[in-house]
Design a binder for this molecule. Structure first.
Ligand code: ZN
Length: 341
C-alpha cells in the first residue's frame, strides 16, 4: 500500500478520520520532536484526498493517492521554510558555514502565504477536500502569521489547514485559538525499537540512538548514522576534558549543524546534573565516567544558568544571525559553567 503511516500513529489517525465530515477547518498537530508529526500530517492529508479510502485511511492506489505520493495533487499544498526544502541542484560548495546558513530563509515568509491565495480561494479541482500543510508552524514570521490569520478567520468550505509544531509555546495566541489542538503521540520503547529494526538499524545501535533521542524514533534514526555518531563522540571528548580550551576545540566543529551542537550540549548538561543527583546518566551512556568526573566538581547553580542559556539558544537555532558566534559563545559559557566555584 502506498501510504506512509508510522505504526504508533495508526490508531490516532483512524480516530481523526472517523469524523472526517466533522473536522474543524484547522488542526494544530503538536508533540515532541522526532516522533513523525509531519509524516502523520501527510498521511492525514492523503487520506482526506483519497477517492476510495479503506477504513478511513488512504487506499494508496487511486489516482488521487498517485498524485499525492508524487507531490502533485492539485488540492494539496505544503509550506515550509526555504531552508527545509530539498536542495536538489544546489551543489554550490562554500567553506563558510555562516554564508551557507544565510543563503536560504529559515522562516516561512508572507510571500509564501500570499502565493497560495489562489489555491485557497478558487474551487477545488477534485470536488473534495483542500488541504494546506504548514510546518514547522513556529517558523511563520510575524507577517506570515498575520496573513494566515485572515484565512483562519474566514476559511473556505471543505478546507483543512494543518499546522505542525514541536514548540507550541512559540505560536501566536491568536493562531492557536483558531485551531483545534491534536497531540501526536510518541511510541513506547518497544514499538520504537521494533520500528528502528524495520529501518535496518542494528539492535545495539538502536538502543544507544533511542537513548540519545530521548525515545523519539525519527531522531534516533538520524542518530544511528555512523558519521553523526563519530562527530558526537569527538564533541563529547572535548566537553569531557575539563582542562581543554573548549573554544579552540570548538573550531573543529564548525561544519557540525548548530542544532546538533545545541542538542549535544543540552543532553550533556542534563546528564551532568542527573549524574550529580542520582549517579545515573540518560543520554550519553558511553561517557558515564567522564560525566561523573565533571559532575563531582561543578557548582550546580552555574550549570543551571548555563542550561537556561542553552534553552534560549535553542529558540534561535533555526534562524541564527551568526551561527559561528553562537557556537563560540556556547563553548565559552561551557568553560565557565564547569569551572569549580
Ligand atoms: Zn486513494
Amino acid at each position: 500500500m502506498n501510504i506512509d503511516v508510522l505504526p504508533w500513529h495508526d490508531a490516532p489517525l483512524r480516530s481523526l478520520l472517523s469524523r472526517r465530515e466533522k473536522l474543524p477547518h484547522a488542526l494544530l498537530l503538536y508533540g515532541r520532536q522526532g516522533i513523525g508529526k509531519v509524516v502523520f500530517a501527510r498521511a492525514l492529508a492523503q487520506s482526506l484526498l483519497c477517492e476510495s479510502p479503506q477504513h478511513g485511511l488512504a487506499c494508496g492506489a487511486c489516482a488521487a493517492c498517485g498524485w499525492f505520493t508524487q507531490a502533485n495533487h492539485p488540492d494539496f499544498r505544503e509550506l515550509m521554510p526555504e531552508a527545509l526544502t530539498a536542495d536538489e541542484g544546489d551543489t554550490e560548495a562554500t567553506s563558510d558555514p555562516d554564508a551557507k546558513e544565510k543563503k536560504k530563509s529559515k522562516e516561512i515568509k508572507v510571500e509564501q502565504i500570499r502565493g497560495i491565495a489562489d489555491f485557497m480561494t478558487l474551487s477545488t479541482h477534485r470536488d473534495g477536500f483542500r488541504v494546506l500543510l504548514i510546518h514547522p508552524a513556529e517558523t511563520l514570521n510575524a507577517n506570515a502569521a498575520n496573513s494566515l490569520l485572515k484565512t483562519l478567520e474566514e476559511p473556505p468550505p471543505r478546507t483543512l489547514i494543518l499546522l505542525v509544531t514541536d514548540q507550541i509555546g512559540r505560536l501566536l495566541a491568536t493562531i492557536k485559538s483558531r485551531c483545534q489542538r491534536v497531540m501526536v503521540p510518541a511510541p513506547d520503547k518497544t514499538t520504537a525499537l521494533a520500528w528502528l529494526k524495520t529501518q535496518r538499524v542494528a539492535d545495539a545501535d538502536a538502543d544507544t540512538a533511542l537513548g540519545q533521542a530521548g525515545g523519539a524514533p525519527l531522531s534516533a534514526l538520524a542518530f544511528a548514522d555512523a558519521d553523526y555518531q563519530s562527530q558526537r563522540k569527538a564533541f563529547m571528548q572535548v566537553l569531557a576534558a575539563t582542562d581543554a580550551d573548549h573554544l579552540a576545540a570548538a573550531q573543529s566543529f564548525e561544519k557540525s549543524d548548530l542544532a546538533n551542537v545545541v542538542t549535544w550540549l543540552q543532553t550533556w548538561v542534563n546528564d551532568v546534573v542527573r549524574s550529580r543527583l542520582t549517579g545515573e546518566v540518560q543520554y550519553h551512556c558511553d561517557q558515564k565516567s567522564a560525566i561523573a568526573r565533571i559532575a563531582a566538581r561543578v557548582h550546580l547553580p552555574a550549570l543551571f544558568r548555563y542550561e537556561s542559556q542553552l534553552r534560549q539558544t535553542r529558540r534561535a537555532v533555526h534562524h541564527p544571525l551568526n551561527a559561528r558566534l553562537l557556537r563560540e559563545q556556547l563553548l565559552i559559557s561551557y568553560t565557565i559553567a564547569i569551572t569549580p566555584a
